[in-house]
Design a protein. Structure first.
Length: 153
């Protein structure tokens, strides 16, 4: 818009103006039909988006290539809705990531427990039961140590 058109738009009370494509690109996330890609006329996409968020028809005006929004509150409402959508998506991603990490940790703990049990079984399988032959502390060579060991009965 030129300077004169800008002045007329501002005097008419429209606080926000944006080309259809940029408006649709920014707020398309608000409806499933426009997200991730609107197939069709951009003007129709903008109209569909505004109707789906229940914006009053007197709050906006459509030109040939641009949308004009009167009250800043309407724009703030759109921005807040957009932020809530992104917040919901971020929470879903965080929840999925935390679930992934918890499952990974659980699998790792199961594997570690399984390895402990497996090693114990392998050790038992490889060991042979043999009777004791000899002495542990060499009492045969050192008779003075016999006083510390009780008698066998």
């Amino acid at each position: 818009l030129g300077l004169r058109e800008n002045i007329r738009v501002r005097r008419a009370g429209y606080a926000y103006r944006r080309a259809f494509q940029k408006f649709l690109q920014r707020y398309a996330i608000l409806t499933p039909e426009t997200w991730p890609l609107w197939k069709g006329d951009e003007r129709q996409g903008v109209l569909h988006l505004l109707r789906s968020v229940n914006m009053d028809a007197d709050q906006y005006q459509l030109d040939r290539t641009k949308i004009f929004i009167k009250a800043p509150e309407s724009l703030f409402l759109l921005e807040e809705m957009r932020e809530r959508k992104y917040d919901g998506y971020a929470r879903a991603i965080q929840r999925a990531w935390r679930k992934h990490i918890a499952r990974k940790k659980c699998v790792q703990m199961r594997e570690e427990a399984s390895d402990l049990l497996l090693n114990k079984k392998e050790r038992r399988r490889n060991s042979i039961n043999r009777n004791f032959v000899g002495d542990y502390i060499g009492m045969d060579d050192h008779p003075e140590l016999r006083q510390f060991v009780g008698k066998r009965e």
